[in-house]
Design a protein around this ligand. Structure first.
Ligand SMILES: CC(C)(COP(=O)(O)OP(=O)(O)OC[C@H]1O[C@@H](n2cnc3c(N)ncnc32)[C@H](O)[C@@H]1OP(=O)(O)O)[C@@H](O)C(=O)NCCC(=O)NCCS
Length: 189
């Protein structure tokens, strides 16, 4: 995965994390099983992921194939946050594939296990994505979040994203409509 940064250590408060070392790094092929477990756990810890309980039908092999692709395709990156031996968070980013969209990087997933919330992991992974995107010459980061997801919106705004639009009733969560916020950040500096 030569196109990915190896690791950075997040800056954040250490509450609850003890002395466990924290690493943000590119996901490796041998993370496949742990990563799939992590995704499934986060899916049920929050209503703010797209997948509902039992809907993530990906197999370990599919996850491994995604990681193989991330290692081969320049515009695809998956980073994980590791606390001690445990995978605590992940993010997936993909750039546009055409001349007219290649400057855009879409963050299609970002999640941290509940027990590690508010300890700087989300911010650190996002910073890694931004650094990776800048390294590819990207000009724009973009993502979507559920309108009620105050934590995600707070994180993105604190990293310079602005709300660019709203998709009304984009999600149906536990029987209630939920709008999607379209957010973006220009990387012109
Ligand atoms: C959103 C999420 C990734 C944030 O990760 P995190 O590691 O807890 O975030 P950080 O500790 O890096 O927080 C960075 C900043 O985000 C904002 N933030 C984080 N959690 C917040 C909350 N509950 N309420 C308001 N702002 C919040 C704050 O500005 C925070 O900075 P501060 O702690 O210095 O005040 C995490 O809450 C999560 O995984 N949620 C479930 C999945 C999800 O919603 N993913 C996003 C889908 S778009």
């Amino acid at each position: 995965m030569s196109h990915l940064m190896d690791s950075i250590t997040p800056v954040g408060n250490d509450t609850g994390r003890g002395d466990a070392p924290v690493t943000i790094r590119a996901a490796r092929l041998d993370d496949a099983a742990g990563l799939l477990r992590l995704m499934r756990k986060v899916d049920v810890e929050t209503p703010f992921m797209i997948y509902g309980k039992g809907e993530r039908s990906l197999s370990v092999e599919d996850t491994r194939n995604l990681l193989v692709e991330a290692g081969l395709v320049r515009g695809l990156a998956m980073f994980v946050a590791q606390v001690g031996p445990e995978l605590a968070g992940y993010t997936l980013a993909v750039s546009g594939g055409l001349a007219r969209t290649r400057h855009c990087v879409r963050i299609s997933a970002l999640a941290v296990r509940r027990r590690w919330w508010r300890q700087g992991l989300g911010r650190a992974m996002l910073a890694n994505v931004e650094q990776w995107a800048r390294g590819m010459g990207a000009q724009r980061l973009e993502l979507e979040t559920m309108a009620a997801n105050d934590a995600a919106q707070g994180l993105y705004e604190s990293m310079g994203f602005v709300v660019e639009g709203r998709r009304r009733r984009a999600f149906l969560v536990a029987g209630a409509w939920m709008d999607a916020l379209v957010m973006g950040k220009l990387l012109e500096d």
